[in-house]
Design a protein around this ligand. Structure first.
Ligand SMILES: [Zn+2]
Length: 350
């Protein structure tokens, strides 16, 4: 058995050696092809993965798609975009405010208009923040060259911001004079110089105006019912608006470092001006309130108080034109067109 076993052992050794070679070659081939397959599949994945870099330079680099244009929230009219006013299409409603007529109060029930005169100023941006936060639209009766020049880049910027936020922009003359002291030509120039600036900067010419000091209207600080002033404004197509609540913010405040009146004293004056008129009228009676965005404490103290007071009475706070029945912003302006491609950055010497 021992002899018969020897050839068997040799045979077995050869068989084992042969099998081993086959296994080794097989494993080697398997590893080789396996690596190749893995490489291929890994390239394939990287081609499909987000942000993957194609392995071949023959694959064109995909160019980034251009960002979609911003959604236009508003209506384009004659080249001027009225943001926040969607659907201003179709026929313009008949204008309710009558040119040459002096309005001293609102007419739409339960409305309370708030307006800010004499700006824009360094404080107007902060006021716009407040109005945004309160989600309110008001009227700005602006000047061309009063506390600052309307063409100065910063002033243009804040004016555009107010317009684009959906506030009514109205005229308060170019340089804030007493209109009754001027000739018809000079009154006309006061209006048309501001018209040109507002058309250049915003692409609109206001239909509504407020004479400085109320001069030539119901009195105010100036003269009552001046026919020269009123007929000139009528011929220019202006609806004349004043106020029934003066607030006196500009009369008693200053922008000095050391205020003449303390915050408490100032607040007391303004508060009394507002509450005395409101309380002496029937509940829900309309009002037209005048403030000035040229005073820091109007923006930070008395306007926030006033807005809160009026809201708590249940009124709807609106621009002046809206409270007179002209709720469609197309009726706030007598001309609408594309703004100028470029504007001056300074005003002519006074
Ligand atoms: Zn004024």
């Amino acid at each position: 058995m021992a002899n018969g076993g020897k050839p068997m052992q040799t045979k077995n050794k050869i068989l084992i050696a042969a099998v081993s070679i086959i296994v080794i070659v097989g494993v080697a081939l398997g590893v080789y092809f396996g690596v190749r397959n893995n490489k291929d599949s890994s390239n394939h994945e990287s081609n499909n993965s987000i942000g993957g870099i194609p392995s071949s330079s023959a694959v064109p680099t995909p160019t980034a798609a251009p960002p979609p244009p911003p959604a236009q929230n508003g209506t384009m009219i004659n080249g001027t975009l009225f943001p926040y006013y969607n659907g201003l299409t179709g026929q313009v409603p008949a204008t309710v405010g009558i040119p040459g007529m002096v309005y001293t109060n609102c007419v739409t029930p339960n409305t309370f208009s708030i307006s800010f005169d004499d700006g824009p100023s360094n404080y107007t941006n902060e006021l716009l923040d407040l109005l945004d936060k309160e989600n309110l639209k008001v009227t700005f009766f602006v000047n061309g060259d009063n506390t600052g020049c309307i063409y100065e880049p910063d002033v243009q910027k804040v004016l555009k911001r107010a317009f684009r936020a959906g506030h009514q922009i109205a005229s308060h003359t170019w340089s804030h004079p007493m209109l009754t002291t001027l000739s018809v030509d000079a009154i006309t120039t006061e209006m048309t110089r501001l018209e040109k600036a507002l058309m250049d900067i915003l692409g609109v010419i206001p239909r509504y105006m407020r004479p400085p000091f109320g001069d030539g209207t119901f009195g105010g600080v100036g003269n009552a019912n001046d026919q020269k002033v009123q007929s000139t404004l009528k011929n220019l197509g202006y609806v004349i608006t004043t106020w029934d609540i003066a607030t006196k913010d500009a009369d008693v405040d200053d922008n000095l470092q050391q205020h003449k009146l303390s915050d408490t004293e100032l607040q007391a004056v303004v508060q009394k001006e507002i509450t005395s008129v409101v309380e002496s009228n029937p509940k829900g009676a309309t009002h037209m309130e005048l403030m000035h965005d040229t005073y820091m404490r109007t923006v930070r103290l008395t306007a926030p108080w006033s807005i809160n007071y009026i809201k708590n009475l249940g009124y709807k706070i609106v621009p002046v034109a809206t409270c007179l029945g002209d709720a469609d912003p197309r009726n706030w302006y007598k001309n609408i067109g594309p703004p100028a491609a470029s504007t001056p950055t300074t005003c002519p010497p006074k």
